[in-house]
Write a protein that binds this ligand. Sequence first.
Ligand code: DCP
Ligand code: MG
Length: 441
Amino acid sequence: MLTSVKPEAPNNATPSNRPRRIAHLDMDAFYASVELLRYPQLKGLPVVIGGGRRREDDLTARLREAFPDRDWGPDTLDRIPVDFFPRLKDYVGRGVATTATYAARQFGVGSAMGLMKAAKLCPDAILLPVDFEEVKRISRLFKHTITEIAPVMEDRGVDEVYIDFTEVPGGQREGGRVLARLIQKSIFQATGLTCSIGVAPNKLIAKMASEFNKPNGISIVMPEDLQSLIWPLPCRKINGIGPKADAKLQSHGIHTIGDLAARVPLWLREHFGRSYGAWLHDAAWGRDDRPVVTESEPVSMSRETTFDRDLHAARDRAELGAIFTRLCEQVSADLKRKGYAGRTIGIKITYDNFEKVTRDITIDEATDDPGVIRRHAGQCLKRVDLGRRFRLLGVRVGKLVKPGTEPLAGGRYSEAPSLSPRTARDRSPDDHTDLLFPELG
Ligand code: DCP
Ligand code: MG
């Protein structure tokens, strides 16, 4: 669980009364395009990304052997002869394709397909592993390019974002096409990569629209285009209708979004439940008020778990101790992965009657160490009543800093009063922490 500071009010209201224009931008064949930057000689060829880790060293070794008089290194990757690259037909294993260039897609190869199966469709496709570090670097770069132009951007993953065009100068021109073109051009200049953009009245339609003209396309959907552009599409194109819901819709003869729009809301609620049924109706009619949420730095990171059955500190000591250690390790791993350390360590417990308590402690030096987190979280546990059964245990680290920078949003963490020195009152009459965490003494 990652808690972030989010805008208080949804920003779907447009103070200027301009109609909402929301863009969805998705990079084209992202992992594969990143590889083509390194190996431009592969442009236009079928390339599939998948398989194990990078084997560049093997490639370089083979090159040195074949062309001993040449100097092969990171600067000469663009001179590697195409024949030298591994081919899909030589692949043996159970790996899957993460993506494929558009040239490979013509053979029917695509994301999540087994590589052996892909090899049958396109044996001569070149097979390359993904370079996550480079993917992440380019991901940061293209997102930075966008926010320089249009600051209200929601990060939706490594290769896609939503952007609110509504109040951006020029964001309304030609329904957003002018700004979309500028963003495409700027991203290409910064990264050498192409992307596709859909601009629509809301996120739901923008997400569908960005696929209309892939690759390197722009699609503009206006409210009045709902019937002509959206209703003919299969229901699965709506982000939120998965394979199960789609199968059920199909069984009722609902194949397109138009079919869905034609059903009365009451019928949808009866068959799909109150909330999902109502959502289906709104989605089919192109209604979606969700704001574009700009992400800010996390204030804290936490992990919690609800037990299969209520546990008791003394009676379920081993089980609880293991769960507690794992939570601390998970929070530590989350912090490390995102590059944070924190100065406030806290715990949360929900008792069997759903009563919740939290305790935290502030330490002098920010940490991401699982052992340090566990030790302090253990001290926090000593300040709650462990004589009662509880159903949930959580561990949280707050007052986050990126090592080498200023504290982030300090002081926002505390959910409960920070109980600094332990008092007799904090210690429950039936203290089981020594059993649970004997090393605390
Ligand atoms: N990805 C993955 N596993 C999947 C699907 C995708 O690892 N099952 C990775 C590889 C993609 C990246 O995520 O390059 C982005 O996913 P997209 O669905 O946007 O696919 P692409 O960007 O590759 O192609 P498109 O041009 O269709 O957007
Ligand atoms: Mg993509």
